[in-house]
Design a protein around this ligand. Structure first.
Ligand SMILES: [Zn+2]
Length: 92
């Protein structure tokens, strides 16, 4: 019997944390923990591939030129852009 990676509860935890990734509410320590798990779990890696940008943000990949965190104004701007896109779509 080969003792491989235990795919189960741990993955669920990681998935749960991913939503926090998106909200930028994940402490660096948890980031490292997820990173560890991802290193040995292909399904999770595949899943995370689509969220890679967010992960990079989480790891502080952002250039020094943009030290400011996401503040309310920026968030609203993003929402505004999103709304526009949706509106344009509905207009068709
Ligand atoms: Zn996993």
């Amino acid at each position: 019997m080969s003792e491989g990676h235990k795919h189960g509860p741990e993955c669920k935890e990681v998935f749960a944390l991913l939503s926090q990734y998106l909200d930028h509410e994940l402490p660096e320590a948890d980031c490292a923990e997820i990173d560890r798990h991802m290193a040995g779990c292909e399904p999770c890696i595949a899943f995370l591939n689509s969220l890679r940008r967010t992960v990079e943000l989480c790891h502080g990949y952002a250039p020094v030129e943009q030290p400011a965190p996401l503040d309310a104004a920026v968030k609203q701007r993003l929402l505004d852009t999103y709304r526009r896109m949706v509106a344009a779509r509905d207009a068709r």
